[in-house]
Design a protein around this ligand. Structure first.
Ligand code: MN
Length: 729
C-alpha cells in the first residue's frame, strides 16, 4: 500500500506540473475514496485492487487529460465493484465526474462475444453512442490498456476473450481517436495472447537482428542530422522498427517473411515550423532515392483521425527501404495522443472549456474533412455528438441499431414482424417496460411473446418511431381484419339464407355463385363475405340476391336437360382431349376445372353443366358436390366425365398444411417443393393460434401420383401435423 501511495503522490506532482488548472483536492479525495471502497479487494496478481484505477489514472494523466477525467479514472470501478453510488459520487465530486463514472460502468457491462464484422462495427458505434462524452472512451481505453498489460494473471480463456475484444473494439477506437501510441500497444498486447507463437517469432527475429537494425538506424539518423544541421534546421530525429502487430499484419497479408517486408523501419523527423517539414522532405529526397508513389502529404490533407505528417519511403544502404515521417511537435502530439492531445492543448490555452465547446471543435474538424474513410469516422463520432441513433441488445447479445426515440415496439418489429405481432410484454434490462419506453443505447431488450396474443393494438402505430414497424402493424390489421370479416360475413349470410329457406351450400353451385357475384359486383365469394362482415352490405340484401339466382337456375333446369340429351345422342367418343377431360356424350365442350377442389388426373371426378361456362369439373368428394347432391341442386345437370388417356398439361393442385408454428416453416416448404421441381403458384401462411399455423399452397402437378409424392415429402417436414387437399370453399 505504501508503494501505491508513493505512486499516487508522484502522479499528483506530474499532474500539477503539466496542468496549472488541475484541482489537487478533487484528485486526492477521489484517490482516498477509491482506496476506501476497494479496501480488501485484491487483483489476480495479489496486489491491492486500487492499484488498477491508479494505473488507469496514470495513463489518463499522461495523455494530459483534465481533473475530472483523472478523478473519474480513479473512481471508474467503484460503482461496478463496490457499494458506491452515482448519487454519492455526484455529491462528492460533482455531476461531470459522476456522469463519466456511470458511463464507464455501463460500458463495462456491455456483453461481448466474437461476432460478424457488421456486429462489431455496431458495437464500436454503440460504445461511442453510450459514452456521450469522449472522455468516457478515453478512460475506458486506458482501463483496457492497463488490464491488457496485466493480462497474464487471467485464465487462458479470459485472455483470449479480452484480446479479441481489444483487437476488435478498443484498438480501432483508439485509432479513430488518433491515439496511435496506445493503439499500437493494445495491438501488440492482444497479439501476444491471440498468436503467441507468431508474436514470439517476430520478437525473436527482431532481437536477433537488433544490432543490424540499430546500426542501420544510427547511420540514417546521423546522415540526416548532419544535413539538416548544415541547412540550419533544428530537428529531432528518431528511428525505430515498426510495432510488432504491424509487421505481423504485413507478413500475414502479403505472405512474406520478415526480411521481405518492405518498410520495417520508420524514421521520424520532428521540426518546429510547418514550413520546415517540406524543406526536410527536399533534403531527404536529395540524400536518398525516393520510391515513386510512396510520398503522402497528410499535412495538407490530414487523415480522418486528425493525423498530420509528410510520409515518404526512400531506399537506404544496401537497398533497404525505410519510411520517413516528417512533422511538427504539435502534429507529433496529435499523432501520439490524438483527441486527448487536443484536450490538453485547448485547456492549456483558454482554461476550462465547456464540454460543448470541445465537442464543437471536434465537430467542425470532422465536417471539414472528406473522403470515405473520413465519412466513416465522422459517422462514428457523430453518433456521439448528434445522438441520432440508439444501439440496444437482444438477450443473445446481438446489437440492434434503431433511430433515436425508438420504442420497445420498434425493437420487436425490427427483430421480426411475428415477434411484434405476438408481443405481450417487454423487459428492458430485466425489468418490465411499457411499450412506449424510449430505448437507450446499451439497453438489453427482451420481448415476451405469446401465441394467445390478439395481435398489436391500434395505439402501437402512434408509439412506433420507425416506418418499418408502423407498416408492419398496419399490414397486420389489414390482413387480420379481413380474415375476421370473412368469417363473420360468412356466418351472417348463412344465417340469413337459412331464415329464407335457401338451401345451405347453394353458393357451391357455380352458376348461382357467378350470378350472385356479378349482381353484387364482387370478384370472389370471400370479398362478398368480407364486405358483409365489415358491414358494407347487409346479409339480408346478399341473401336476397342468392335466392333470386338460385330460383333462376331451378327454372332453367329443364332446358339444360334437353341440351344434354341432344349431345348424348352423338356416338363418337374420343379418348383424347386437349383439356385432358372426356365428357360423356359431349365432344369438345368447354371444360373448366373448379377451384374449390382442384381435381388432378387420377382423381374421381364428375362434371356439372353450367350456363355459358361449359362443364365444370369437380372431384366426386368435393364438399360442394356432396352438398349439392344432398340438396338435389342442379339435378339432371351432372354429367359423367373421365380423364383422357394422354394428358400433357399440368394441373393446379391445392393443399392445406397445418403445422406447429416455427421459424423457417415456410422456407422449408418452399425448399422441398423446389427440390422436387414443383412450381408454386401461391403460398399463404397464417397463424391459427395456440402455436399452430396454416399454410395454403397452390402448385402445378401432373397427376395424383405426383401429388401424393409431394404430400409425402411435405409431411416429413418438422412440425407438420396434417396435410389436406382443399375441398369446397
Ligand atoms: Mn477497470
Amino acid at each position: 500500500m505504501q508503494e501505491i501511495n508513493d505512486r499516487f503522490e508522484l502522479l499528483l506532482e506530474k499532474v500539477k506540473k503539466a496542468n496549472l488548472l488541475a484541482d489537487e483536492n478533487i484528485i486526492r479525495s477521489a484517490f482516498d475514496y477509491a482506496c476506501g471502497h476497494h479496501e480488501g479487494q485484491l487483483r489476480k496478481d495479489g496486489s491491492p485492487f486500487v492499484s488498477h484505477p491508479l494505473a488507469t489514472a496514470e495513463i489518463v494523466a499522461d495523455l494530459g487529460m483534465d481533473t475530472d477525467s483523472i478523478a473519474a479514472a480513479l473512481l471508474h470501478d467503484c460503482i461496478e465493484d463496490t457499494g458506491a453510488t452515482f448519487e454519492e459520487i455526484k455529491k462528492l465530486f460533482g455531476r461531470a465526474v459522476a456522469d463519466i463514472v456511470e458511463a464507464v460502468t455501463k460500458l463495462t457491462r456491455v456483453p461481448y462475444t466474437t461476432k460478424e464484422e457488421e456486429q462489431i462495427e455496431n458495437l464500436r458505434k454503440m460504445f461511442l453512442a453510450m459514452a456521450k462524452d469522449i472522455r468516457v472512451i478515453i478512460i475506458k481505453i486506458a482501463d483496457r490498456l492497463h488490464n491488457m498489460r496485466t493480462i497474464n494473471y487471467q485464465s487462458e480463456k479470459k485472455q483470449r476473450e479480452k484480446a479479441f475484444e481489444t483487437m476488435e473494439i478498443y484498438a480501432p477506437l483508439a485509432h479513430r481517436l488518433g491515439m496511435a501510441r496506445i493503439k499500437c500497444e493494445l495491438e501488440d498486447l492482444a497479439l501476444q495472447c491471440l498468436d503467441p507463437v507468431g508474436y514470439r517469432e517476430i520478437t525473436e527475429e527482431l532481437i536477433a537482428r537488433a544490432q543490424t537494425h540499430e546500426n542501420f538506424l544510427i547511420h540514417i539518423k546521423e546522415r540526416i542530422g548532419v544535413r539538416l544541421k548544415d541547412a540550419g534546421i533544428e530537428a529531432h530525429i528518431d528511428g525505430r522498427v515498426k510495432h510488432i502487430y504491424s509487421i505481423y499484419r504485413k507478413m500475414y497479408n502479403q505472405h512474406k517473411a520478415m526480411y521481405e517486408i518492405y518498410d520495417l523501419y520508420a524514421v521520424r523527423v520532428i521540426v518546429k515550423e510547418m514550413a520546415d517539414c517540406y524543406n526536410v522532405m527536399g533534403f531527404i529526397h536529395d540524400l536518398y532515392k525516393p520510391i515513386p508513389g510512396r510520398f503522402k502529404d497528410y499535412i495538407s490533407t490530414p487523415k480522418p483521425n486528425m493525423y498530420q505528417s509528410l510520409h515518404t519511403t526512400v531506399i537506404g544502404r544496401e537497398g533497404m527501404p525505410f519510411e520517413v515521417q516528417i512533422r511538427t511537435w504539435d502534429m507529433h502530439h496529435m499523432a501520439e495522443y490524438g483527441i486527448a492531445a487536443h484536450w490538453k492543448y485547448k485547456e492549456g490555452i483558454t482554461g476550462a472549456l465547456g464540454l460543448e465547446e470541445k465537442l464543437e471543435w471536434v465537430r467542425r474538424l470532422l465536417e471539414a474533412q472528406q473522403d470515405t474513410e473520413a465519412e466513416d469516422f465522422i459517422r462514428a463520432l457523430k453518433i456521439d455528438m448528434f445522438a441520432d441513433e440508439v444501439f440496444v441488445f437482444t438477450p443473445k447479445g446481438d446489437v440492434i441499431n434503431l433511430p433515436a426515440g425508438a420504442t420497445v415496439i420498434d425493437f420487436a418489429y425490427a427483430i421480426h414482424s411475428a415477434v411484434g405481432n405476438r408481443m405481450v410484454g417487454a423487459k428492458v434490462n430485466s425489468r418490465i417496460a411499457n411499450y412506449d419506453y424510449k430505448l437507450q443505447s446499451g439497453d438489453i431488450v427482451e420481448i415476451m411473446t405469446s401465441n394467445a396474443s390478439h395481435g398489436p393494438s391500434r395505439d402501437w402505430v402512434m408509439q412506433a418511431k420507425t416506418s418499418e414497424a408502423r407498416n408492419k402493424i398496419k399490414q397486420w390489421f389489414k390482413r387480420e381484419r379481413r380474415d375476421e370479416n370473412v368469417a363473420r360475413g360468412k356466418a351472417d349470410l348463412e344465417a340469413e339464407m337459412k331464415k329464407h329457406g335457401i338451401p345451405h351450400g347453394v353458393l357451391g353451385n357455380e352458376e348461382v355463385l357467378a350470378g350472385v357475384l356479378k349482381r353484387t359486383s364482387f370478384l370472389s365469394l370471400s370479398d362478398l363475405y368480407a364486405t358483409i362482415g365489415f358491414g358494407g352490405m347487409t346479409a339480408t340484401r346478399a341473401a336476397n340476391r342468392v335466392r333470386e339466382e338460385y330460383l333462376k337456375t331451378r327454372e332453367k333446369d329443364q332446358t339444360d336437360k334437353d341440351v344434354l340429351e341432344k349431345h348424348a345422342a352423338k356416338p363418337h367418343r374420343p379418348r383424347t382431349s386437349v383439356t385432358g377431360i372426356i365428357v360423356e356424350g359431349i365432344d369438345n365442350c368447354l371444360v373448366k376445372f373448379s377451384r374449390c377442389c382442384s381435381p388432378v388426373p387420377g382423381d374421381d371426378i364428375t362434371g356439372f353443366i353450367t350456363k355459358g361456362y361449359g362443364v365444370s369439373i369437380h372431384r366426386k368428394d368435393c364438399t360442394n358436390v356432396v352438398a349439392a347432391r344432398r340438396h338435389h341442386d342442379g339435378e339432371g345437370r351432372w354429367v359423367n366425365v373421365s380423364w383422357a388417356d394422354e394428358i400433357t398439361t399440368a394441373f393446379e393442385a391445392s393443399l392445406e398444411i397445418s403445422a406447429r408454428d416455427r421459424d423457417g416453416l415456410v422456407m422449408d416448404i418452399a425448399r422441398i417443393l423446389s427440390d422436387i421441381k414443383i412450381g408454386i403458384r401461391s403460398m399463404n401462411a397464417r397463424a391459427l393460434g395456440d402455436g399452430y399455423a396454416a399454410v395454403s399452397l397452390i402448385f402445378d402437378v401432373r397427376d395424383v401420383t405426383q401429388l401424393k409424392t409431394v404430400t409425402n415429402k411435405l409431411s416429413q417436414i418438422q412440425g407438420v401435423v396434417e396435410i389436406m387437399r382443399r375441398t369446397g370453399l
